[in-house]
Design a protein around this ligand. Structure first.
Ligand code: AMP
Length: 424
């Protein structure tokens, strides 16, 4: 089989790493890929939003399966286009991808189907949003409706800050069209967790549980990022909790989507707050989480490709993945300044020491290769991912490895999985 992965980050490196191990696959491609990914998959110089060019390429190269990493391609309708040309692709179609593409749409589905979530109001008018805000209790949660690379959520302790955030989004359009509508939401207290499932629209196949760390600094300080690290399993997602998430969230979600005439096939990522009243939905994503994908791929014992194919073919009831009974942790090494402005082109040292590392793998999220040297080329640069018998052991392994890598301005959190350690 020939498989094409769309995207270029750490998530796509993890997908390529896993897919290329499949006995069914003899060639793996990645568009556009990265210098790191190029060690495993042939790079294809097409951006994820150039969906026509991607379809032309898949047709010409006779690609048997395309796997979409980033949400943008899905909301642009890459799946509809590929399917109209008879090409097999993993990911929901454009209408179903609105579940991530519009937080207002997701909130409507949640409300219509009585799925537990924070109470909320949706506004395109700043004055009305502020009137609603005045009736809420702090802290205030303000969200941009559209895609904002994980950075469109503001949690404000003071009302003035929340009002400024509303003005920023609606009046000053700091997130462009993505902030034309805002959601003002109740603040939920509890333990966060991510729960990813494959679904063919009828059946639900849970993947291993995981948890990411969104804030840039230790102890959840500083602004939100795309994700600073992740671990799997997440102890807060017990088997009883898994049942509740499926019964109270995922089954009504699929019914609600069907009632709207949407046939969802792909991955559903549920961002959860486990509150004292049970699991509540913070957000939905329509693709693998990044960095959660890295530890999850490391813990997946089975071949990923048949699982993706069963999702497309509506046969998910016929597959049962096997998992390694261990723990995996990904620590994201970042450039100084991320998630704000940062410099690129810094020489990375120490990668050679981890070439034959037998406790994990270093996934590349933003690197370039230049005359035998590795350089930084993004805000999130590397995802050092280890697996071991326990979370405590995996923490030790992952930081021993991460500490071997250096560059000018390197920054990473030192407390990934610390909360999980307290729970086990
Ligand atoms: P989202 O992209 O909607 O998942 O939001 C990003 C992050 O903001 C989440 O991972 C939470 O840490 C936080 N967050 C979002 N919504 C809420 C809420 N209603 N209450 C508390 N924290 C929230």
């Amino acid at each position: 089989m020939k498989v094409l992965v769309v995207g270029s980050g750490g998530r796509e490196h993890a997908l390529v790493w896993k897919i290329s191990q499949s006995p069914k696959v003899n060639e793996t491609f990645c568009a556009p890929g990265s210098a790191g990914i190029a060690e495993t998959a042939e790079p294809v110089n097409i951006a994820p939003d150039e969906i026509e060019r991607l379809a032309d390429y898949a047709e010409k190269k006779k690609i048997d399966l395309t796997v979409v990493g980033p949400e943008l391609a899905l909301t642009l309708g890459i799946t509809d286009l590929f399917e109209s040309r008879g090409l097999r692709i993993f990911g929901p179609n454009k209408a179903a991808a609105q579940l991530e593409g519009s937080k207002a749409f997701a909130k409507e589905i949640l409300r219509e189907n009585h799925i537990p979530t924070a109470s909320f109001g949706t506004f395109a008018n700043a004055t009305l949003a502020k009137q609603y805000l005045a009736q809420q209790q702090p802290p205030y949660v303000i969200k941009a409706d559209g895609l904002a690379a994980g950075k469109g959520v503001l949690i404000c302790a003071k009302r003035e800050q929340a009002e400024a955030a509303i003005d920023d989004l609606i009046v000053r359009k700091s997130f462009g069209a993505a902030g034309e509508r805002v959601i003002v939401e109740e603040f939920l207290e509890g333990e966060e967790a991510s729960f990813m499932v494959l679904t063919d629209g009828d059946h639900i196949l849970p993947l291993a549980s995981s948890q990411d760390h969104k804030r840039v600094f230790d102890n959840d300080q500083g602004p939100n990022t795309g994700g600073m690290g992740a671990y799997s399993p997440a102890p807060v997602v017990t088997s009883a909790m898994t049942e509740r998430i499926i019964d109270e969230i995922l089954k009504p979600l699929l019914t609600g989507l069907k009632n709207r005439g949407l046939h969802y096939r792909g991955l559903v990522y549920v961002g959860l707050m486990v509150t004292k009243d049970g699991p509540k939905v913070l957000e939905f994503n329509t693709r693998f989480g990044d960095p959660e994908c890295q530890p999850i791929m490391m813990r997946l014992k089975s071949d990923l490709v048949p699982l993706l194919e069963a999702t497309i073919d509506g046969n998910l009831d016929r597959v049962q993945p096997e998992w390694y009974d261990d723990a995996a942790i990904c620590v994201v090494l970042c450039a100084q300044g991320y998630p704000g402005t940062y410099e690129t082109g810094k020489e990375i040292h120490g990668l050679d020491k981890l070439k034959n590392w037998n406790k994990g793998f270093v996934f590349h999220a933003g690197t370039a290769h230049d005359h035998g040297r590795w350089l930084t080329s993004g805000g999130r640069v590397l995802g050092v991912t280890a697996h071991s018998g326990s979370i405590a052991q995996a923490v030790k392994e992952v930081y021993q490895a991460a500490d071997q890598i250096t560059w000018d301005g390197i920054h990473y959190r030192k407390d990934i999985a610390r909360r999980a350690l307290k729970q086990v």
